[in-house]
Design a binder for this molecule. Structure first.
Ligand code: PMP
Length: 359
């Protein structure tokens, strides 16, 4: 019977996994060549002198509850960036297999594919149509050696969500042909429903989530890869053991409690209100020609002169993002929605931006 793992690198499926040393809290540990003493000032619960568990099991349980998944469906990663890496390493043979992406999109898909020696097929989003994704073209472009199709929704840096029927059309067409990885790094800022439940209908669908954006934990580097249990088990053999640091585990566990999550929810609501306010204010500026619809915590803004716009922000000590390597975004800037007072300061800084009118 065929399995989604038929898409994975066959040589990795045969690789014998590493056997981790036993961990029993009540035993003296003379089995892992660690220091027997804590460093002065080490206030961690577990002790930083001993290795973390091979996988952060408690954190996995907490994240599974948070995303309403089962523990067997979830792999904890160092940010969702590591999830992208481990997927490409697990499914793409160097020089033979590849991924498909829809630029402009998150650049790390391309980078990790390059590092792995995987080919990158591109199906650009339609610039004329607010960077819409053409599901038919994606399906047609996915070739025999395309092992992973990355769909970023809401998409970074364009900001829009990919409509559910298009995502489902791609999932339907690529069953048994490629993994469909739906990167929902910005989902919490969207009004659309999450695609998390698609994994119940499709064993080749993988979801990526992160605590970096919505829960204010970018520095803790905590992401989640959610997929069918056999995919998680396989990737658990690709991601080396002991990668997730003890301080991050303890910190995230202490943050995933009702009080902090309520604060996060309030802040997400504020970011969404500020996003709307900023979008309207940008549209009133003579230097702005378009503000793209956004379901994320940033806005993509087309300007008459992106350099001048960014320079005006820089004069007020504000950094915004330019895209010199992406021709479709040559005039664009990406602006993260900040605190209301930061947003006011930005609006003030760019209000007088001048540009060279070439008409
Ligand atoms: N996916 C997307 C679409 C992103 O924009 C980012 C970060 N900018 C990531 C994944 C990775 O985030 P992290 O590694 O912090 O989870």
């Amino acid at each position: 019977m065929s399995s989604v793992l038929d898409l994975a690198r066959p040589e990795l499926r045969r690789l014998r996994p590493y056997t981790a040393g036993a961990y029993e809290p009540d035993c003296i540990r003379l089995n892992a060549n660690e220091s027997p003493w804590r460093l002065p000032g080490d206030k961690s619960e577990r002790g930083l002198n001993i290795y973390p568990p091979p996988r952060p099991f408690d954190l996995r349980a907490a994240l599974a509850r948070y995303y309403a998944a089962s523990e067997e469906e979830l792999l904890v990663t160092r940010g969702s960036s590591e999830a992208i890496d481990v997927l490409i390493r697990g499914f793409c043979r160097a020089g033979e297999d590849g991924i498909l992406i829809c630029p402009p999109t998150f650049d790390m898909y391309r980078l990790y594919a390059g590092i792995q020696g995987a080919e990158v097929v591109t199906v650009p989003l339609s610039e004329r149509d607010d960077f819409a994704l053409d599901a038919d073209r994606v399906v047609r472009a996915a070739g025999e050696h395309t092992k992973i199709v990355f769909i970023c929704s809401p998409n970074n840096p364009t900001g829009g969500s990919i409509p559910r029927p298009r995502i489902e059309a791609i999932c339907d067409a690529l069953a048994g042909r490629a993994l469909v990885v739906i990167d929902e790094a910005y989902h919490e800022f969207a009004n659309a429903e999450s695609c998390l439940h698609l994994r119940e209908s499709y064993e080749h669908v993988v979801l990526l989530r992160t605590l970096s954006k919505c829960v204010a934990l970018a520095g803790a580097r905590c992401g989640a890869l959610i997929a069918a249990p056999e995919v998680i088990e396989f990737l658990g053999g690709v991601l080396p053991p002991y990668t997730f640091p003890t301080p991050s585990t303890e910190l995230v566990l202490s943050a995933l409690v009702e009080d902090s999550l309520r604060v996060s929810d309030e802040r997400i609501a504020l970011i969404k209100r500020e996003r709307q306010r900023l979008a309207a204010a940008f549209l009133d500026l003579p230097a702005v020609t378009k503000v793209y619809p956004s379901d994320a915590n940033f806005l993509l803004v087309r300007t008459r002169d992106a350099q001048a716009f960014a320079e005006a922000a820089r004069q007020a000590d504000i950094l915004i993002r330019l895209f010199p390597a992406e021709p479709a975004l040559a005039d664009c800037v990406r602006i993260t929605v900040g605190r209301p007072r930061d947003n006011d300061r930005l609006l003030q800084a760019v209000a007088g931006v001048e540009w060279i009118d070439e008409s």
